[in-house]
Design a protein around this ligand. Structure first.
Ligand SMILES: *Cc1c(COP(=O)(O)O)cnc(C)c1O
Length: 371
């Protein structure tokens, strides 16, 4: 058996007709920039998230960049060092300064205790940027309390977490929230794309202006913006795919529950927490492999033709490009440890029973637990 990490062809096949029709509709219209396709998708996505506004942009990275700019944040923004590069890269590119607080080793998300500590030490911090990593929501209750106490803006990075819920509330329904439609996300388009959700009319309008060069009215610029729009073609594809997101997410959750059941007893392996109060949508199913055996397990699975991935091998505070921030090894030990222990295994919705079984059996074999 040969198991890919992700196989998007299996997702396309059953909806090919609908998708092809949507693409042809846009091509026939020859309207490629904004217009009805983007407006319709924005409305549907806003409705899905239970939020007033959704503004389509060119990528998840630009969603972060434009959100930070729209909130006028030019001092420090605190986030997790254990996330995809774009989270901190966008803070810098928006003209602010990234700062970090360590993660909770159980959830891989920002630790509210360390967050408070870091905020007390630094009065330049103006915003908190929690990341809902792997599809699991950050601890938004405590984060909102901290934000209120210190009068800070909250902007969420939900690139991996469309459809996730915290205490019964959909991510994207409260603060300004950034989503990505990169093909490997739970709701992926056929290229790059992203969207920002917000309940604040003023922020929504500022983002709509920022994505068209800061132009309002056309050819008059009070602010310097970007060229960052969600393509009409991508919007048409996403309008089709949005109908299936809940189904696909529940298939991911089902796969994750099976893995958890079969793998939870293994010593030297920790399966992800599934908090019954929240909805984890499993963009990644990430194991923690202790006793320095992660790389051996990865190699073993590669030999069994099972693709795996490491998200992420180097925390952001140790990336060479951020050396000017003066962080050093040992500053965020939970994040550093996670980088050496995490291993993500295939979790995409269309995985077949036999494939899941083969993956489970191979992992059991590595730990010498096979029957
Ligand atoms: C994918 C991702 C992004 C960036 O999204 P793009 O659409 O690829 O620009 C940002 N943050 C996180 C956590 C991501 O996983």
């Amino acid at each position: 058996m040969n198991i890919p990490f992700l196989d998007l062809k299996r997702q396309y096949q059953p909806i090919k007709e609908e998708i092809d029709q949507a693409i042809h509709r846009v091509v026939d219209s020859q309207n490629f920039i904004l217009g009805d396709e983007v407006r319709v998708f924005e409305e549907k996505l806003a409705q899905y998230c239970g939020v007033k506004h959704a503004i389509g942009v060119a990528s998840g990275t630009d969603a972060l960049l434009l959100s930070i700019k729209a909130h006028n944040i030019s001092e420090d923004v605190i986030t997790s060092p254990f996330t995809f590069f774009a989270t901190a890269g966008s803070i810098y590119n928006a003209g602010a300064n990234p700062q970090f607080a360590d993660i909770n080793p159980e959830t891989f998300n920002i630790d509210p205790e360390d967050l408070v500590k870091k905020i007390r030490e630094n009065d330049k911090i103006k915003a908190i940027l929690p990341v809902h990593l792997y599809g699991q929501t950050a601890e938004m209750g405590p984060i909102h309390e901290i934000a209120e106490d210190h009068d800070l803006t909250v902007i969420e990075d939900a690139a991996q977490s469309i459809g996730a819920e915290y205490h019964g509330k959909k991510i994207g329904s409260i603060n300004t929230t950034c989503f990505s439609f990169f093909p490997a996300k739970n709701l992926g388009c056929y290229g790059d794309g992203g969207i920002i959700t917000t309940n604040e009319e003023e922020i929504a309008e500022k983002i709509r202006t920022l994505r068209v060069h800061g132009s309002k009215p056309k050819y008059y610029h009070h602010i310097i913006g970007h060229n960052s729009r969600l393509d009409a073609l991508q919007a048409a594809i996403l309008t089709v795919k949005l109908k299936y997101i809940d189904k696909w997410n529940s298939m991911r959750i089902k796969n994750a529950k099976l893995y958890n059941k079969k793998l939870k007893e293994i010593e030297g392996l920790k399966v992800p927490d599934i908090d019954p109060q929240n909805k984890h949508v499993f963009n990644q199913y990430t194991l923690r492999v202790t006793n320095d055996r992660r790389d051996d397990l990865k190699k073993f699975l590669t030999e069994k033709n099972i693709s795996t991935a490491i998200y992420y091998p180097l925390p952001l505070h140790l990336q060479p490009c951020f050396s000017f921030l003066k962080y050093k090894l040992g500053d965020f030990i939970n994040s550093e440890k996670a980088c050496s222990e995490v291993l993500s295994i295939p979790i995409f919705p269309e995985l077949e029973k036999e494939e899941l079984k083969y993956i489970v059996d191979s992992i059991l074999k590595f730990f010498d637990k096979s029957k």
